[in-house]
Design a binder for this molecule. Structure first.
Ligand code: ADP
Length: 612
């Protein structure tokens, strides 16, 4: 039953009950009033008749009594009148015979009177408390009954009309009261059908209007939530698609396990590497039976237990077809709000990598072998070259230039210069060959940097002076005693100074050295050789440190050289765990900068103590 119907019926029922109770009360009241009036009329009638009949009764004037009776009977409501003497004999009577024939029973209540349609009453005719006789009168109750019936009928028709009105009014009132609720019901049905955001037209400001307002905001919120959910779902779908693509296209094997040590997902590569036809075959497999007693299984369990990421670089795994697989793998725990819910294992077949590594290792060993052979060869050949060359140099020195002509003396000087240049060249080739063959070991001896730098300046000052170049040293450090390879450090600096002098025609060359980092045990120096020479084109600068590189052939023709110097410098600097770079501008000059780290010599510490 709808709420509207209930409301209508409720209002109708209440109205009807009120109406009925009103009508019934009213009818009761009317009936009572009529009865009271009937009784009053009956008493008045019998009193009057008794008074009028007393005298003729005492006089035994029957004719007058008769006449009095006939008078009273003219009242249509009087059914009969009887006059009885004290001996209970009828003195006179008149009225309807049937009523007179009945034996007289006085009505005690109106109900008794109503049952036979006659109100039977009696009244004693007395004088000074002496009863002369009894007057009995029957009064018809029909007119009262008819009037009451009329009133009743009238009341019933009023009730009927009222009922109709109640029904109509309750229908109107019920519909009016429930119209907002019906709108709300319709709106709720719309929401149920999925029309989220549906709005109710708000009327008035009562409780239902407030409910409608709340409904509207709830509906809007539902729509917003739905939109958000939709968007989230789309993003989720996208993310899912991306993960799926990632999984399927990944070149790595990837599978996941849950907390119950079952495979929860796997990609095609994982299935292929582990010998399955498809990744679906792997789902729900128990990793204990799949991976037996392998270290992979142990590490998955470890990762699940500890929540730690475990990476193994090289491992062997038994696949289902009983072939062993070389793999590199990582077990990463999957955590949701710090709770471990599984692991993801990513793994690679590293058989090819291992093969390649073996080949590289072999090539490396063979390269080392070759380098060693080359170094041995170079050492031999240098020795073979040095021996006659040193013989030539020695013999040339023995020649007394005073005993020969000036021309010959000049030839011999040329021969000596050439022999020394040749000796330097062999020295350079031998060094470079040693360095690049990795057979070179740097010395680690105490030396004083200040002295070493001064020596470098001294050995180059002559060449610089010849070209009228200003060669200077700038050294700014309180730590000077170091441990390292002074010979090779000197070689680097001399190479750079030699180049600077060679490629500078006027101006200055400055060797600056400064400490840039220092701890208790170690010190890092930056060395710079800056000239005001011809400079180097920008595009060439990066290639300078490669072996046998020169700016161009014209440079070689004009300045000579082998292109070995800077490559040797770079190799030596790297052996000293440093790096070298150049900053230069054509026709403005060049600056070669390198750094190297040295242990601080214990001599320095004792010197510092002495100073203190
Ligand atoms: P080389 O024995 O030819 O000097 P290097 O390796 O020492 O070999 O130098 C390679 C080339 O770098 C040189 O030929 C020269 O063109 C250029 N170069 C080196 N130092 C300087 C410099 N200070 N100024 C200009 N050019 C330089």
């Amino acid at each position: 039953m709808s709420f509207r119907l209930k409301t209508i019926l409720g209002i109708g029922l209440i109205g009807s009950l009120l109406l009925f109770s009103l009508i019934i009360t009213m009818l009761d009241y009317i009936e009572e009033a009529q009865n009271r009036e009937l009784l009053e009329r009956a008493n008045t009638t019998i009193n009057l008749f008794t008074s009028a009949a007393r005298e003729p009764f005492l006089a035994s004037d029957l004719a007058k009594l008769e006449s009095s009776i006939q008078d009273i009977l003219t009242n249509p409501n009087i059914v009969y009148v009887k006059l009885i003497d004290s001996d209970n004999s009828i003195v006179s009577m008149g009225g309807e015979q049937q009523a007179l024939n009945r034996s007289f029973v006085e009505d005690k209540s109106l109900q008794q009177a109503m049952s036979d349609g006659i109100l039977d009453i009696s009244y004693n005719m007395e004088i000074d408390d002496f009863i002369l006789g009894i007057v009995q009168i029957g009064i018809s109750t029909k007119s009262v009954k008819d009037d009451f019936q009329l009133i009743k009928n009238y009341a019933l028709s009023v009730v009927g009309i009222e009922l109709l009105l109640i029904i109509l009014l309750s229908f109107i009132l019920g519909t009016w009261l429930t119209r907002q609720l019906i709108t709300l019901k319709l709106a709720a049905e719309n929401i149920e059908k999925g029309r989220l955001g549906y709005q109710v037209n708000i009327q008035g400001n009562d409780e239902i209007a407030l409910t409608a307002k709340t409904f509207n905001s709830m509906s809007t919120q539902l729509l917003e939530t739905e939109n958000l959910q939709h968007k989230t779902m789309q993003q989720l779908k996208l993310a899912e698609e991306q993960s799926r693509l990632l999984l399927t296209s990944a070149g790595q094997g990837i599978f996941g396990t849950d907390n119950f040590q079952k495979i929860s997902f796997a990609n095609p590569e994982a299935a292929k590497l582990l010998g399955f036809d498809s990744s679906n075959e792997m789902i729900n497999l128990d990793i204990n039976s799949l991976f037996n007693d392998s270290s992979l299984l142990q590490n998955i369990k470890k990762s699940l237990g500890s929540g730690q990421r475990i990476h193994i670089n090289d491992d062997t795994l038994q696949t289902t077809d009983k072939l062993s697989l070389n793999i590199e793998y990582t077990c990463s725990p999957i955590k949701i709000e710090k709770r471990i819910i599984g692991t993801v294992v990513t793994f690679n077949d590293i058989s090819q990598r291992k093969q390649a590594e073996a080949t590289i290792e072999k090539a490396h060993l063979s390269a080392l072998d070759n380098a060693q052979t080359k170094a041995d060869f170079m050492a031999n050949i240098s020795h073979e070259l040095y021996t006659p060359l040193h013989g030539v140099i020695g013999l040339l020195q023995l020649i007394d230039k005073n005993k020969i002509t000036d021309d010959y003396a000049e030839y011999i000087t040329h021969a000596q210069n050439s022999a020394e240049h040749l000796s330097k060249l062999i020295d350079n080739i031998l060094d470079f060959s040693k360095i690049t063959s990795a057979s070179m070991q740097l010395a680690n001896i105490d030396f004083e940097l200040q002295d070493l730098l001064s020596e470098c300046i001294t050995s180059n000052i002559q060449n610089a002076s010849k070209k009228q170049l200003d060669l200077r040293l700038s050294f700014d450090s309180t730590t000077s005693w170091l441990k390292g390879d002074p010979q090779h450090l000197k070689k680097i600096i001399n190479n750079l100074l030699d180049n600077a002098i060679k490629f500078t025609h006027q101006g200055s060359i400055i060797l600056s050295v400064q400490a840039i980092e220092q701890t208790d045990q170690k010190i890092k120096y930056e060395f710079s050789v800056k000239d005001t020479g011809i400079g180097i084109p920008t595009d060439i600068q990066s290639k300078l440190f490669q072996t046998l590189q020169q700016v161009d052939t014209s440079t070689t023709r004009a300045y000579g050289g082998t292109g070995l110097g800077l490559a040797t410098c770079k190799a030596l600097v790297e052996l000293m765990k440093g790096d070298i770079r150049v900053a230069s501008e054509e026709n403005q000059g060049s600056e070669f900068i390198f750094n190297a780290t040295f242990d601080i010599s214990s001599i320095q510490a004792s010197l510092d103590d002495t100073d203190h």
